[in-house]
Design a protein around this ligand. Structure first.
Ligand SMILES: [Zn+2]
Length: 238
C-alpha cells in the first residue's frame, strides 16, 4: 500500500519506523498478514493513522515431489536450518538510506515465470510454508543480475535455498536470489544494478533448475513481481 502526501517525513507500523520513498509512505503487507493493520505517517509535525483491513488472498496450491530427506529433516539438518535462520532473521530488521528506485531491474535477461508467489506448497504430500518468492525458469548457468544497487548481506549455501545471495538495497528492502549453481559475490561487497551476482542452478530444495527471486520490504514478504512492474498494482490510501 502507498499513502501519498506532501511533506511526509516518516512512516511506520507498530514499533517500526522508516523513511518515505519518492515522497510517499509505502506499507508492504506480508504474505500471511490478515486482519486489521494500523499504519502511521508523520506529516508537517503531526502523526496521522489509518486502519487497513487485510483479507486473505486465495493463493493456489502447489504439489511438489522432492527427496524425503528434504521434507522430513534429520536432527542434524534441523540444527543446520536453525543455524541458517539465525543468520537470516536479523536481515529483516535492516533499514537505512534507500539505494533503489521502483521498478527494480529484472534478475534475469529473460523472465519466464513458473512458480507463483504465495502458493500453498505441499511437499511429498505434506503441507509446508507458503512460497515466499517468484520462480523463473532458466537454463543452468544463466547469469543472475542484481535488481538494484546495494551491498551483499549474505552469500552462502543454505539447506533450502541452496547457494543464495541476499542483497541489502537500503530503505528496508532485501532481495534474495536462490538455488544458484555458483555465487560470484561475497558478503560485504557493493553491487550495482544489473551486475552479475551468480548463475542459475538447482541447489537446495528444488525440483529442477530455476531462479527463486524473493523480496522482504520492512520485514514483510512481498511479491517481487510487483516491484518489477512499471506500474505496480498498488493500493493508494485516501
Ligand atoms: Zn521458489
Amino acid at each position: 500500500m502507498r499513502w501519498p502526501g506532501q511533506g511526509v517525513t516518516a512512516c511506520g507500523v507498530g514499533e517500526r519506523e522508516w523513511a518515505p520513498l519518492a515522497g510517499a509512505c509505502w506499507y508492504p503487507v506480508d504474505l500471511e498478514a490478515k486482519g486489521a493493520i494500523e499504519v502511521t505517517r508523520w506529516r508537517e509535525g503531526r502523526r496521522e493513522t489509518r486502519r487497513v483491513i487485510v483479507a486473505r488472498y486465495p493463493y493456489a496450491e502447489q504439489r511438489l515431489k522432492v527427496p524425503d530427506t528434504m521434507v522430513d529433516l534429520s536432527p542434524s539438518d534441523q540444527a543446520r536450518v536453525a543455524r541458517e535462520n539465525a543468520r537470516i532473521v536479523p536481515l529483516w530488521r535492516l533499514e537505512g538510506p534507500a539505494r533503489f528506485a521502483l521498478p527494480l531491474a529484472a534478475p534475469l535477461a529473460d523472465l519466464v515465470p513458473h512458480g507463483r508467489f504465495g502458493a500453498r506448497r505441499v511437499f511429498n504430500g505434506k503441507p509446508k510454508s507458503p512460497h515466499g518468492g517468484e520462480d523463473y525458469r532458466a537454463a543452468p548457468g544463466t547469469p543472475v543480475l542484481a535488481p538494484a544497487d546495494g551491498v551483499v548481506a549474505l552469500a552462502e549455501a543454505h539447506f533450502f535455498a541452496g547457494n543464495g545471495v541476499y542483497l541489502d538495497h537500503g530503505g528496508g528492502l532485501v532481495t534474495m536470489l536462490f538455488h544458484l549453481s555458483r555465487i560470484d559475490v561475497e558478503a560485504g561487497q557493493q553491487v550495482r544494478r544489473g551486475q552479475v551476482v551468480g548463475a542459475v542452478g538447482a541447489t537446495g530444495r528444488v525440483t529442477g533448475p530455476h531462479l527463486h527471486f524473493g523480496a522482504r520490504w520492512h520485514g514483510a514478504r512481498v511479491d517481487p513481481a510487483l516491484l518489477l512492474a512499471a506500474h505496480p498494482a498498488v493500493a493508494d490510501l485516501p
